[in-house]
Design a protein around this ligand. Structure first.
Ligand code: HEM
Ligand SMILES: *[C@@H]1O[C@H](CO)[C@@H](O)[C@H](O)[C@H]1NC(C)=O
Ligand SMILES: *[C@@H]1O[C@H](CO)[C@@H](O)[C@H](O)[C@H]1NC(C)=O
Ligand SMILES: *[C@@H]1O[C@H](CO)[C@@H](O)[C@H](O)[C@H]1NC(C)=O
Ligand SMILES: *[C@@H]1O[C@H](CO)[C@@H](O)[C@H](O)[C@H]1NC(C)=O
Length: 521
């Protein structure tokens, strides 16, 4: 009897709150959003079409497609998506009056961190504190951290090398010894933990992502670092697009075994962060002097303590190690994939690197390779064509409304423009679907395109880790291309992707072998 009543009550609730009221609100149209074109027939009434779009796996590309000839689309009852490049400045630029949307508070932890804090003044204070640590001077000081981590990855790759591939053949399945995406994720996890917390996790020696996680009560257990991080993002990215019902949808999804497993795999993520934070804090209280972000979080340059609350410290550590790993891994997987697919560009790149590195040099020094124009062109073109964060980052108009694309958008409306859409605008990037690193080689052209090249977003909430990512990508890519040859499983093989918040990549099995590096004349 009880279950029947429960089911009946639930159905009634759903009918009233999800059907009747939204339809009334749609026709009442208090904000006048009905004049904008719908993304789908029901977008004016419910967020479900957008949740569905998100579940399809590549919402940024699909939405860009939907924007053809439509500058503004209503993607939810209170949400507008923009498809015109000029909107980037209005929504994200330095002068914008928009703030991060409620989504960030929902997916954030109990203490707002640099990434998810909404309030502008709070953000400025946090940003100022960490900017000192992210300044370019420190970056070069931390090059050795990236170098050592690169050495560890190459030591693992050396062991996985196979015999050279005869020309015009495809690798034996048993020779596909490297899942590149897996290994490069282990690399970026190690690199960011070393840079931020002076911590090494042994992942590159282990070949896997098992680490210690720690509950608030102090007990510890073993957990999968990358799986937990990815599944956490994967799960939230499906259900968060209806903010008010996020908790409800999430709980409801646990009825299904598939989602129960996803949420369970995601659970350890907060405990992984917590263990990293506690371990580093113990070293700090023991008086160990270490050179990392954590130090910048604790004391200012003059050595005066910032006296942050413990919860905030844990939050900031979470922000950095969460935002700082998979994005760079996605970029590196993508660029290696594209270069294998375009042997002519790979050859051009090798020639350029060979011109500056000695034949027996293993790790490319940053100072030697950072200004190589074709290397930078390849990295940028890969992030243009497939931005690691492709999505429209949700912002909220201020209560008094805002002008976007010359139109007045009412207050407290969720607005966004996909990074993917900006990067595939043919008026800025001719033949946007083609991988053409040479488009970046002409300085005049670069100057013209750069305002619309926004893989790290732009404005006051743009990425603080941009330079660190270039440091990692540049050293890693130059070193890999100099030392190895690679082959994909075959000409028909494709990389799979699933867009959570970032564009997660599937496996990339490759065969690798050592190159014969011609001696310099
Ligand atoms: C290719 C690599 C990377 C890409 C594509 C990328 C992309 C982005 C994007 C698009 C944003 C804006 C997010 C939003 O508005 O919701 C962002 C913010 C942020 N990123 Fe990155 N990122 C990368 C690497 C890194 C690294 C290496 C770090 C850490 C060292 C990092 C730390 C952060 C932080 C802390 C923020 C928040 C900044 C703020 O709100 O003030 N990112 N990133
Ligand atoms: C939006 O959807 C409604 C149905 O809910 C439809 O009547 C209307 O024509 C659509 N508007 C546009 C601009 O497509
Ligand atoms: C649209 O905004 C509303 C509230 O402003 C939010 O609840 C909803 O999750 C958003 N949906 C999308 C698709 O961004
Ligand atoms: C990155 O380095 C450049 C100088 O090369 C500097 O102008 C810029 O502010 C730095 N960006 C960040 C986010 O630290
Ligand atoms: C890979 O993608 C290409 C182009 O989209 C397609 O022609 C090919 O069939 C795909 N290969 C596989 C194995 O799915």
């Amino acid at each position: 009897m009880l279950p029947t009543i429960a089911i009946f009550a639930t159905l009634l609730y759903l009918l009233v709150f999800w059907v009747v009221l939204p339809i009334c609100r749609y026709f009442q149209d208090p904000k006048g959003l009905r004049k904008f074109q719908n993304y789908s027939t029901f977008s004016g009434i419910t967020d479900i079409p957008y949740c569905y779009l998100s579940a399809c796996g590549f919402r940024s590309r699909d939405l860009t497609e939907a924007h053809k000839d439509k500058a503004i689309l209503r993607i939810g009852p209170n949400n507008l998506s923009f498809g015109d490049i000029a909107a980037v400045r209005d929504i994200y630029g330095h002068g914008t009056t928009c703030v991060k949307d409620l989504k960030y508070s929902i997916t954030g932890g109990p203490h707002p961190n640099l990434f998810d804090v909404v309030n502008k003044a709070d953000h400025s204070a946090k940003r100022k504190r960490l900017s000192a640590a992210f300044a370019i001077k420190n970056l070069v000081q931390w090059e050795y951290k990236v170098v050592r981590t690169t050495e560890r990855l190459l030591a693992a790759f050396d062991k996985l090398c196979t015999q050279p591939l005869p020309s015009n053949s495809v690798p034996e399945p048993s020779d596909l010894t490297v899942n590149f995406n897996h290994w490069i994720n282990l690399f970026t996890i190690e690199a960011i933990n070393y840079i931020a917390l002076s911590s090494t996790l042994g992942l590159l020696e282990q070949g896997g992502d098992v680490v210690t996680a720690q509950r608030l009560d102090g007990t510890t257990y073993q957990a999968h670092y990358r799986t937990a991080q990815n599944q956490n993002a994967f799960a939230a990215s499906h259900f968060v697009w209806d903010y008010t019902n996020f908790e409800l949808f999430s709980s409801f999804s646990k009825i299904f075994p598939k989602w129960r497993k996803v949420w369970k795999d995601a659970e350890p993520w907060k405990d992984v962060i917590y263990h990293q934070a506690v371990t580093r804090m113990n070293r700090y209280t023991d008086g160990e002097e270490l050179d990392d972000f954590f130090s910048a979080l604790m004391d200012d340059k003059a050595g005066q303590p910032h006296n942050l609350e413990w919860g905030e410290i844990v939050g900031e550590i979470g922000a950095i190690i969460d935002a700082g790993a998979d994005t760079t891994a996605i970029a590196l997987t993508q660029i290696v994939y594209l270069l294998i697919r375009h042997p002519d560009h790979l050859e051009t790149l090798r020639q350029e690197i060979q011109g500056v590195l000695a034949e027996d040099e293993v790790i490319a020094p940053y100072d030697t390779v950072r200004h190589l124009p074709f290397l930078r062109a390849c990295i940028d073109e890969a992030m243009r064509i497939i931005p690691p964060t492709s999505a429209g980052l949700p912002r909220r108009t201020p209560p008094e409304g805002a002008m976007i694309l010359g139109k007045w958008i009412p207050g407290d409306t969720s607005v966004s423009m996909t990074i993917y859409g900006a990067h595939h605008d043919p008026t800025v990037f001719p033949n946007p679907e083609e991988f053409q690193p040479h488009r970046w080689m002409d300085p005049e052209e670069r100057k013209r395109m750069e305002p619309y090249f926004i893989p790290f977003s732009t404005g006051g909430r743009g990425c603080i880790g941009r330079n660190i990512s270039y440091l990692e990508q540049t050293i890693m890519l130059a070193s890999l291309v100099h030392r190895y040859e690679f082959s994909l499983p075959g000409p028909e093989w494709n990389l799979t992707r699933h867009e959570a918040f970032n564009l997660l990549m599937g496996e990339m099995p490759i065969k690798i072998w050592r190159r014969e590096i011609p001696a310099k004349k």
